[in-house]
Structure formats: structure tokens, C-alpha cells
Design a protein around this ligand. Sequence first.
Ligand code: ZN
Ligand code: ZN
Length: 299
Amino acid sequence: MKSGSGIKPWKVSLHGGHSMPFCDHAHSTLDEILDAAIACGYHTYGVTEHAPRVEPKYLYEEELALGWTVRTLDDLFQVYAKELDAARERYADRLQVLKGFEAEVCPPDRYAEIMSAYKRNLNFDYVVGSVHYVDDIIIDYKTELFQQALEGCGGYEKLAVKYYETLADMVVQLRPEVIGHFDLIRKGFPASQDPHAPRILAAACAALEVVREHDGILDVNTAGYRKGLGGPYPSRELIRLAKDMGIPFCFGDDSHAAADVGSGVEEARLCLLESGVSTITCLAPGEAGMNRIELSLLD
Ligand SMILES: [Zn+2]
Ligand SMILES: [Zn+2]
């Protein structure tokens, strides 16, 4: 970060920047996203496109309608890695661009191997480990599929427990630098269901313990505001627990369009400050991999 530039130290996002044509549900190009990142005052922006899903059964309806196959996803991801390298150079004097991707937990029996190979072969700086699937069913896409996962598990409590177990297992297997939207499962909960019921909270705490043991950084993901949850992922309750365990936090705007870039980060900063968190973690390329930098949320 340049000193004296007037840029706030906490203006950093390590999860977001989904872009066209690499993501079927993104609405801006990579350059439009990076221009928006500069315009809203970020000094460091981690771009983390979705990893390819490698089996046809995981393709979204919208992707099938576009005629995409698993080969398309893999090809687009290879191009993404190259274009991100080029963009990083092009923007170097204005923005520190980090090269990441958002890993999936599918297929359950071999995702760790597949995601690690993408990281290694395409020279990514870091990985955001996210759980979008429970028992191999996607939980943040269509209501019918959430219902299917819910029925398969036997209720909200069991589904959430399984979600956190899947997340803990992912952290052990993949060791991602950043853990994406830690309590995403909350998104499918109706108001009548408590996402912090005792058994769920116990499973979330056990997963946080695994995150701590593996030096993970929790993504304070501002998509929670856009999805009407009234706060970021994770919830304030979980932020306080993680803070007491000494787990570091980063911001993630989870942008899928230029208009999402930076949205909710000021609110998330206040939410962290109110929870007693005064620093945010940033990654920076170093001689031997990525270094972590703690930046003040107070400035
Ligand atoms: Zn997405
Ligand atoms: Zn995600």
C-alpha cells in the first residue's frame, strides 16, 4: 500500500471479482471489476473466480442453456488464469491484484486433489475454500435443491451440522488461506429456524476450531447484506466467537458485477469494530509465497 495516498488501509477484498465470460452468473468484465475496485478506493483486490466443476451433473441449468460442458468450464478457467496474470501487470501501478480462485467441495471424494492441482498448475496466489454443497447437493442455488438437501439430512439442524462438518473437513483437506462465507447455510433458513440453535452452534464452533488450527482467515462476506440477511457472513455471533479464538478476518465483497464492488464493506468494517475487532488481514506476494499483513480498521 502506498503511504500518503489517502487510501484507507482496510480497503481490501480477498473474495470477489467474478466476471464475464468466466462465470455464467457474472455481469461485468474483469477490467470493469478492477476499474470499479480502483474507483471505490481499494488498494488490494483479490480476484477469486469459481473453480470449474468437473462432472456434468454439477452444471447449472443456465450453463446447459448456453451449451456449456465441463470442458467449457475448464477452458474458461485456463483463460481466466492467463487474463488475470495480464491484468495484474496492466493494473500494477494503480492496484495490487491478487490471483485467486474459489474452490468447490465437489466431487466429494476427489475435490481436494483437483483444487490443489488447479492452484499448483495455474500458479494461483491463494485459495478461498467455500462449501456450496452438502451431501453433494448445492445449497445456495435453487430452492428445490435446498429442500432436497434438507430432506436428505432430516431437518435444518442436521443440515447445518452436516454443512459445518463438510466445511471443517474441507479446511483439513484443502488448507485454503481464506474460508469463504463461513455460515452460508444460514441463507436458506426461514425466520422460524434459529441458525444458532445449540447443536448448530456447537458444530460451527468445532469448525472454527479447525479453521484456527489451520491458520485460516475468515471472509467477512458482504453478500450477506445484498441477500437481505441484515449483516455479513458470518453472523455477529460467530464473528465474536471467532474473534475470541484469535481467528483473523478479511473482507470479501463477493462481487459478480462492477456495481457490487466495495458494496457493504463500510458496514462490515463497523460490524467488526462493534465486535471488538480492530484489524483486517490482507495478503501480499512475498519471496516465499504469500505474506499476511494486519491492517488497522480504525483509520
Ligand atoms: Zn458466483
Ligand atoms: Zn461462494
